[in-house]
Design a binder for this molecule. Sequence first.
Ligand SMILES: NC(=O)C1=CN([C@@H]2O[C@H](COP(=O)(O)OP(=O)(O)OC[C@H]3O[C@@H](n4cnc5c(N)ncnc54)[C@H](OP(=O)(O)O)[C@@H]3O)[C@@H](O)[C@H]2O)C=CC1
Ligand SMILES: Nc1nc2c(c(=O)[nH]1)N=C([C@H](O)[C@@H](O)CO)CN2
Length: 245
Amino acid sequence: MENNIIITGAAQRLGLHCALTLQHAGFQVIATYRSEKPGLQQLRDAGVHCIQLDVTDPAQLAGFITQVKQQHRSLRALIHNASDWKKDAPFNDAGTDALAADAAVYDAMQAVHARAPYLLNRAFTALLQAHNGVTDIIHLTDFVASVGSSKHMAYAASKAALENLTYSFARALAPNVKVNAIAPALLMFNDHDDASYRAKALQKSLLQVEPGAAELSSTVMYLLNSRYITGKVIGLDGGRQLNLP
Ligand SMILES: NC(=O)C1=CN([C@@H]2O[C@H](COP(=O)(O)OP(=O)(O)OC[C@H]3O[C@@H](n4cnc5c(N)ncnc54)[C@H](OP(=O)(O)O)[C@@H]3O)[C@@H](O)[C@H]2O)C=CC1
Ligand SMILES: Nc1nc2c(c(=O)[nH]1)N=C([C@H](O)[C@@H](O)CO)CN2
């Protein structure tokens, strides 16, 4: 029986760890990636089918959907991990190009975090429903979807849109397909994060730790193994919402 799982943006960091975890757990992982990364060799060595895909490119998205439908009769899960953590452009209401800069950031965030999951979920609904047994859609959102962000407004708004799509698809696709979101706060720093940033970021949660990629992968496995969770947002945030002054 096919046990295919698609995960997007899986060439590095959280997505890479998750794709390898799923493959080693016996699923047949289809990992999409935008640009070549060292992690792709690990995926290929593990037997993961890697497909190049910019989820914001209409032609590439259409081609990917066609390819998957031609090669597979069903899907066990669809995991939307691909993401771009873009900062808002600096406030510059005097500049003539400010509007263009703001529009570019806003459109890019909506395209990767909301438009692409919406289109892929609808394109693959039949494959998810064709699987023998319960199936899953998992959206990677963010803690800031619920509280906003002063420096990543467009990013946070797009993750909030994805969070809302969780509710809509959960209602539309039950009972065969479970649809949930995972909303991390800090899971993994970036290499360029300096000591000051890291200290400040750790202070934001009650638990004050950087848990790493395994925290996400184990939560994905938990959702895949659940028979009774749908329409939920699972917060992986160290108690950040309670870390109040
Ligand atoms: N790391 C953390 O602490 C947190 C992560 N999250 C969320 O968890 C998920 C994984 O996080 P993380 O591993 O840090 O993510 P990354 O920032 O490492 O990005 C994941 C991948 O998304 C790919 N990507 C970006 N834009 C596109 C696109 N248009 N089409 C296809 N792929 C694209 C990137 O490809 P490329 O390399 O080519 O740019 C990258 O490999 C994300 O959704 C993120 O928002 C939320 C809160 C905290
Ligand atoms: N696509 C990404 N989204 C986010 C990242 C990241 O590295 N890539 N990182 C964060 C931060 O860890 C934040 O949660 C804490 O500073 C948020 N989103």
